[in-house]
Ligand binder design. Sequence first.
Ligand code: ATP
Ligand code: MG
Length: 508
Amino acid sequence: MENSAAIRMENITKSFGSVVANDAVSFSVNFGEIHALLGENGAGKSTLMNMLSGIYRPDSGSIWIDGKPANITSPGASIRYSIGMIHQHFKLVDVMSALDNVRMGIGRHSGKGRTGRKKAAVEIGKKAESLGLDVNLSKKVYEMSVGEKQTTEIMKVLHRGSRIVIMDEPTAVLTPSEIRKLFDIMRRMKEQGCAIVIITHKLGEVMEISDRITVLRDGRSIDTVVTRETGIPSLIEMMVGRRIDLKIERPATKQGEVLLDFDAVTVVGPDRKVALNDVSFKLREGEILGVAGVAGSGQKELCEAISGLTNAEKGRIFFAGENLIGKKPSEIISLGVRMGFIPEDRLGMGLVGTMDLVGNVMLKDYRDQKGIMLRRDLGAEKARSIVEKFEVLTPSIYTPVAKLSGGNIQKVLLGREIDSDPRLLVTAYPVRGLDIGASFKIYDLLNEQKKKGVGIIFVGEDLDVLIEISDRIMVMSGGVVTGTIDASLASKEEVGFLMAGGDSGGFD
Ligand SMILES: Nc1ncnc2c1ncn2[C@@H]1O[C@H](COP(=O)(O)OP(=O)(O)OP(=O)(O)O)[C@@H](O)[C@H]1O
Ligand SMILES: [Mg+2]
């Protein structure tokens, strides 16, 4: 007997007003398979999957789950079809514990009161163990790292008995070691017979974890291929429809004055642990300083110390002759310091979903907002410029940002900072969640700023990119700088050695 597919979608079409997000898409996934869904920002990936999770309903086309026609009218119905989705933007309740989040919304099976709770905890603990998941069920969501939140989302989905699990960009905000863990979990879920869909823009990950790949472009399905019969160049061609230049420039610029002088700065974290220990470096105008290090080596505190979000315990931070320590974030912004971050919670921070692009651009534009007169025409001009430069896919600048695709929301967020005549740009993981073309566009735009004399701090995780784009690379480990090297002479091995602590690793 032929095994029926876990998911079969035939000729699915879904429009939002004049935007055709999915145009006669067909897609199928088997049990015991990890299937990657690929495509540029706005290609229609999340929309297609949201029709399985009951958030949207197709305009036309049909869906079969486990061989039977399915009518997924609501998120509740989706759960009854044994489908679980981990969304691009998490949906956990911050003030609740992992256990309560996992149990939320299961209703009748959960069992009431204390005993029900205890029973559930045991059951969830067992399931977690079988998958090698590390969960502390009593931890509150607001105390969790992104990796822990992800694990909680996975537990929630599995506790509902989902055998079809959809993960929308689960790795975008995870550290490399968290990604390793997630992939192990996914492999175990696959062995246990689950059907898994993963959306990611990182092609190396797609090649590593998936069995088959479906590529969407402009809302249409281009092809489904077997992973071991394809390669990254042909995936890019399917996604983009043309060849693209994957070279990052390192333009030689005349480096000007010292712009930022970070002088023996020590930052102590809220847990009283030393997060930055006597860190010193200088950044010149027209220079890109790459910052490398495993997650949690002090990069976050470095950025926060510059932006005024964290106060340094000791040291001085001179920017264009003024000490930034003790200044408010708004004062620092008005000096021309910009933070080009992709926050972990993309919609929760920095943008207002219900507001249009114009409003969001104006939110942060301190310089042009003289007094209480908000110049909406200036905002519109700037929104237009961002849409054009960053190729933001949106029906208009008056569309609420929540209606844009994940990657396009990020382009607005980043564009607002980069495109604001900064003198110093501090950017951390700027291309998270961006497709490959958009990522290279960001590198070009950073270089454009550099040529204008802007000083740039680029905190990154992709060493190939850091080595190509930076002038110098500063490596951090455990809150100290373990080395600073000329990027044109740097090798990945050398950076890796310094990331592991360099000379001081193991001694002390
Ligand atoms: N609720 C909505 N209202 C209006 N337009 C929408 C809505 N949801 C999605 N769209 C549009 O549909 C298209 C596809 O969006 P979708 O979120 O599916 O893209 P995606 O492939 O997931 O992209 P990304 O990689 O950026 O997350 C985009 O043009 C987007 O703006
Ligand atoms: Mg998406």
